[in-house]
Design a protein around this ligand. Structure first.
Ligand SMILES: NC(=O)c1ccc[n+]([C@@H]2O[C@H](COP(=O)([O-])OP(=O)(O)OC[C@H]3O[C@@H](n4cnc5c(N)ncnc54)[C@H](O)[C@@H]3O)[C@@H](O)[C@H]2O)c1
Length: 341
């Protein structure tokens, strides 16, 4: 494109309509983005964390990225995490994403992105669960969720949308109210037995697939003995597990360089040992068969969260909205375009 593009604004309602019920398709988009990343068809610099000395729990993260191939865009996600919002009935995370045209660099869309972010995170978790479980030869039927906010709900939806079914579902959350709310959500679609666990230990010991989606800032699960039944662990919140647990597990990450930052559990393990030999490989390595997860060790997937995944899902949403004729553009957004007036 060598012309100045129109600038579109895509609302959360439009994003929701574009992805809801299309979990398998969104997961395929995310898998394609992982493959492009693994093949060197992306640029995904470090995320930038804006933090506030007077509000240490809060942050806003910038994730710039570029993807070639069918995605074919540059862009950036700008996502806030203010955990205190939840007590006031406001979601923790809020976000926008800007898509830039690959040829001219012009931004051509601004999308509500908390749903895109949750969807890509959940699609990535479901993709990893399927790839790792299938490589180990068995799909888990007992799942446990530690921390049950929006991300846990999306991960459950994406697991179900990718063919996972469960006989037993466990819930553990520091907030009883959140645990009860999530139980109510699960009861609307699940036939299996649903149990609220008072401790993380009891939930982990009763689960073959464990999902961490807390807002813990440092490890609160420290005993490798809780994992001797070798569960598959989706460590989406990244800071729940002690270095000892990381070191006694088979570790898969989304991107090694990204994951060894910001005091994630793998980063703590690296700081403790002075090496990163405990990382078996990336999800791309699992997808291509370059590494095979064992059945006789806990398997932990720690995804730092790549901007390229957000771009892939945002591009998908943009195309859906555009082809349905519902794109809202802002007239004259770009102005004063003649070089000499
Ligand atoms: N890796 C990624 O790509 C990625 C992407 C998006 C979100 N996340 C992470 O997912 C996490 C969850 O996000 P959310 O929007 O669902 O948050 P949320 O605030 O809506 O929910 C978090 C829940 O965890 C519970 N909790 C906190 N500490 C706990 C603990 N120690 N044990 C048990 N429960 C605990 C809280 O009570 C709350 O119900 C965040 O840490 C976020 O940063 C990761």
């Amino acid at each position: 494109m060598s012309q100045v593009p129109a600038f579109a604004v895509i609302s959360g309602a439009q994003v929701h309509d574009a992805v809801a019920g299309r979990e398998a398709e969104v997961t395929r988009m995310v898998e394609a983005a992982y493959r492009l990343h693994g093949e060197g068809q992306t640029v995904n610099p470090d995320s930038y964390f804006l933090r506030f000395p007077d509000r240490p729990a809060d942050r806003i993260i910038a994730l710039p990225a570029s993807v070639k191939g069918d995605v074919g865009v540059h862009g950036i996600k700008w996502i806030s995490s203010f955990p205190g919002n939840v007590a006031n009935g406001v979601p923790r995370a809020s976000a926008v994403l800007i898509l830039n045209d690959a040829e001219t660099g012009y931004p051509f869309a601004c999308l509500e992105s908390s749903i895109i972010s949750a969807a890509r995170t959940a699609a990535s978790a479901a993709l990893a669960a399927a790839a790792l479980a299938d490589a180990r030869g068995d799909r888990p039927r007992r799942i446990g969720f530690v921390g049950v906010g929006l991300i846990a709900r999306y991960i459950h939806t994406y697991l179900a949308g990718n063919g996972f079914t469960f006989d037993e579902l466990g819930i553990h959350d520091l907030s009883r109210e959140h645990a009860e709310g999530f139980k109510g959500y699960l009861e609307r679609s699940e036939k299996g037995e649903i149990t609220i666990h008072e401790s993380a230990e009891s939930l982990i010991r009763a689960s073959d697939l464990v999902v961490f989606a807390t807002v813990a800032g440092e490890p609160h699960v420290t005993d490798p003995a809780w994992f001797t039944h070798n569960p598959l662990v989706l460590h989406v919140s990244l800071r729940d597990l002690s270095p000892e647990i990381v070191l006694s597990s088979y570790n898969v990450v989304d991107d090694v360089e990204h994951c060894m930052k910001a005091n994630t559990s793998p980063h703590l393990a690296e700081q403790q040992t002075g090496h990163r030999d405990f990382v078996a490989g990336t999800l791309y390595d699992v997808l291509t068969g370059a590494t095979t997860p064992p059945a006789d060790k806990p398997v932990v997937f720690s995804p730092f969260g790549l901007g390229v995944l957000d771009l892939a899902v945002a591009r998908y949403v943009y195309d859906q909205v555009a082809s349905s004729g519902a794109l809202h553009t802002v007239p004259d957004f770009f102005h004063d375009l003649k070089r000499y007036g």
